[in-house]
Design a protein around this ligand. Structure first.
Ligand code: MN
Length: 338
C-alpha cells in the first residue's frame, strides 16, 4: 500500500516537474546590480521579475489545458501569427527575454572569436559596422521592439528589427527569418528609468555588457539546429498553401465526409500547379523533390477529373489517399534529408 502511494506521489511529482519545465523562467547568472553602471539594478529587477515573469505567466495561462501546452516554444513561435496575439506576444516575450539575459554579462568577452568572428567580418566587414547597423535598426524602430543578429536558413548572418515581441523565428517576420543569436530589447521598459527618452545612450552603453562568447555559442548551436530547416520549409508559401487545402479535404474524408474534396478538387489542382511553378528554398532544390511535386500535379489532375465525372466514392477516396501519400513524400523529404 505504502509503495503504491509512493509510486503515485512520484508520478505526480515527475509529471509536475515535466510540466513546469516546458516553459520556465531561466535563472539569471548575475545579480540585478551586476551590470551597473550600464544597466541599473532597478531596471534589471523590474525587467526580469515583473515584465519577463508576466510574459511567462500569460503564456502559461493561455496554454493551460490546450493541445499546445506540450509544444516546444520554438514550434509555437514558427506559427505565431496563426496562433494569435496572446501566444505571439507572450511566447515571443518569454523567448526574447530568455535570450537577452543569457547574452549579457558583468564580465563579457568583448569581441567575437572563432567561427563567429569570421562570419561577422565576412558579412559586415567589421564588428564596428555590425554594431552601427544594429544601432541604426534599433534607433529607427518606431515604438517598442527588438533588433536582431540572426542565422538565416542558408546559414549566413543577417540583421533585422521587429516590432513588439516578434522575432525572426516567427511567420510574422516575413522574409527576414532565422534563428536569433543576439537580440537587443528596445522597449522603454529596458532603459527608461536610467536613460529616459535617450535610446541612443542606452544603445551606446549596452555593448559594454554584451558577452560575445555567449553569442558565439548561440551561433554554433544555431548552425546545427534542425529548426533552421523547419523555418526554411515554412518560407515555402506555395507548399503551405497546398498543405492547407490537403489538410482541409483529406482529414474530413478520413471521417467519411467527401464534400470538401468534391468542392475543392479544382483548387487543389491549382495549388499543386502553383507549387510546381514556384522556386523551392535552396536546400529543397533536388531531383527527388522535383519528381514528387510533378507527381502531385498529375495526381491532383486525375483526382479533379474523377470528381468532375462523378466517379464512385471509393475511387475518389483511393486517389485522395494516394495524393496525400505523395504530399507526405515531399514533407518527409523536406524534413528528413540533410
Ligand atoms: Mn523587455
Amino acid at each position: 500500500m505504502k509503495t503504491y502511494f509512493m509510486l503515485i506521489a512520484a508520478f505526480l511529482l515527475s509529471g509536475q516537474t515535466i510540466m513546469a519545465q516546458v516553459h520556465a523562467m531561466p535563472s539569471l547568472k548575475y545579480s540585478y546590480s551586476a551590470l551597473e553602471p550600464y544597466i541599473d539594478a532597478q531596471t534589471m529587477e523590474i525587467h526580469y521579475s515583473k515584465h519577463h515573469q508576466a510574459y511567462l505567466n500569460n503564456l502559461t495561462k493561455a496554454l493551460a489545458g490546450t493541445k499546445a501546452e506540450k509544444i516546444a516554444l520554438e514550434d509555437l513561435l514558427i506559427a505565431a501569427e496563426k496562433r494569435g496575439a496572446v501566444i505571439r506576444n507572450n511566447g515571443g516575450g518569454h523567448y526574447n527575454h530568455s535570450l537577452f539575459w543569457e547574452i549579457l554579462s558583468p564580465e563579457p568577452s568583448k569581441v567575437p572569436q572563432g567561427q563567429l568572428a569570421v562570419a561577422i567580418n565576412k558579412t559586415f566587414t567589421s564588428l564596428d559596422s555590425l554594431k552601427k547597423l544594429m544601432n541604426n535598426g534599433a534607433m529607427t524602430r518606431f515604438g517598442s521592439g527588438w533588433v536582431w543578429l540572426y542565422v538565416k536558413p542558408d546559414k549566413s548572418l543577417a540583421v533585422s528589427s521587429t516590432a513588439n515581441q516578434d522575432n525572426p523565428i516567427m511567420d510574422a517576420a516575413g522574409k527576414e527569418r532565422g534563428i536569433p543569436i543576439l537580440g537587443i530589447d528596445v522597449w522603454e521598459h529596458a532603459y527608461y528609468l536610467k536613460y529616459q527618452n535617450k535610446r541612443a545612450d542606452y544603445l551606446g552603453a549596452i555593448w559594454n555588457v554584451l558577452d560575445w562568447k555567449a553569442v558565439g555559442a548561440n551561433y554554433e548551436k544555431a548552425l546545427k539546429d534542425p529548426l533552421l530547416k523547419v523555418i526554411e520549409k515554412d518560407t515555402w508559401q506555395e507548399l503551405k498553401d497546398f498543405h492547407m487545402v490537403m489538410g482541409q479535404t483529406f482529414h474530413p474524408m478520413e471521417e467519411g465526409n467527401l464534400k470538401p474534396i468534391k468542392e475543392r478538387s479544382a483548387e487543389m489542382l491549382a495549388k499543386a500547379q502553383l507549387l510546381a511553378s514556384s522556386t523551392p528554398p535552396v536546400s529543397f532544390s533536388s531531383d527527388a523533390i522535383r519528381k514528387a511535386v510533378a507527381d502531385l500535379v498529375s495526381g491532383a489532375a486525375n483526382l479533379d477529373k474523377l470528381v468532375k465525372k462523378k466517379a464512385k466514392d471509393e475511387k475518389i477516396i483511393a486517389d485522395l489517399t494516394k495524393l496525400h501519400d505523395t504530399f507526405h513524400v515531399i514533407q518527409g523529404l523536406c524534413s528528413d534529408d540533410h
